[in-house]
Design a protein around this ligand. Sequence first.
Ligand SMILES: N[C@@H](CCC(=O)N[C@@H](CS)C(=O)NCC(=O)O)C(=O)O
Ligand SMILES: [Fe+2]
Length: 367
Amino acid sequence: MLIFRQLFDPQSSTYTYLLGDSAAGVAVLIDPVFEQVRRDAALIGELGLKLSATLETHVHADHVTGASLLKRRTGSRIMVSAAGGAEGADRKLVQDDVIAFGQRRLLVRATPGHTSGCVTYVLDDSSIAFTGDCLLIRGSGRTDFQDGDPAAMFRSVREQIFALPDQCLLYPAHDYRGLTATSVAEERRYNPRLGGDIAVGDFTGYMNNLRLAHPKLLEVAVPANLRCGRPEIDQEPGADPPDTDPPDTDPQWAPLRYSFAGVWEIDPHGLEEYAGRVQILDVRETDEFTGPLGHIEGAVLIPLGQLAERSGELAPDRPIVAVCRAGSRSAQATVILQQAGFTELANLNGGMLRWRAEGYPVEGGSA
Ligand SMILES: N[C@@H](CCC(=O)N[C@@H](CS)C(=O)NCC(=O)O)C(=O)O
Ligand SMILES: [Fe+2]
């Protein structure tokens, strides 16, 4: 079965697409964003997939790609268009190349115009195409930098994208109004720049008068993306560390896993091993703490409803693992503690139920 997810980066209004073959357990990501690598890796893990490759639709000007970080984390191969001029890819793509993931395939169509190296990825059965910043929903990518060329874009849209079947769904790399998808038939008819009887001269006139401000991150993003998103620090040993931690610097105080829900989780066996180095915070009600499930030795009890005002009772310099019955209230406890300024936080996955089911010891409780 095909797995398909549309993911959004609110900072740059970028869409990242996950495509997977569930039977083979293999996935590819189109246009991953540097700051969202941890989120994307969590989703891929939770879906039981292995990332085989990241694919760029083009050298982006408004955000840095997550391709290199994902390669470092998951071993995924970096694929970019040969015409884009980026260094450090594992595969350089040209027109009609085929990218396999499990039993499914994506086909490469060169669609220059926004940049000279733009490509569109078409799913094997032509049911879905990923148009990058060539065709946007009722719009198009800009053509005023990075070798942009309105006439080339006009040809790309008319000859490569509008040539797809009417019902083919189109997914762009960006949308600035929150629109998510469109189709060939509706864009052919309703795209105000490229649809209907509009001719190349009309389109060029439109595009040459867009008067858009340059992307805020242009000067940072383009050079980084020409390295496939590899942080500069890798290239220059001894250089100053970056101001902010890259999003793949995971907490080191215990074996933690980031969830797509946005919470750091620890498994029972991890907590047992690290119990002596952390504060165990039980956020259930008092009668649950002393009830049949028992509690973990050394756990401090602060019911969730009191946590915001009583967080000062916790040591600020020791990591905290929050615990509850099934692991949901304790996830919220990590959110409350983060708001209170604590940084080293994790949720016991599955709570006391899983802790006991896996045979770890409790104080109190019934057998
Ligand atoms: N304000 C945005 C501008 C983003 C932008 O220029 N996006 C390009 C794609 S990389 C584009 O083609 N935009 C079309 C449009 O804004 O209509 C930023 O600073 O990042
Ligand atoms: Fe772009």
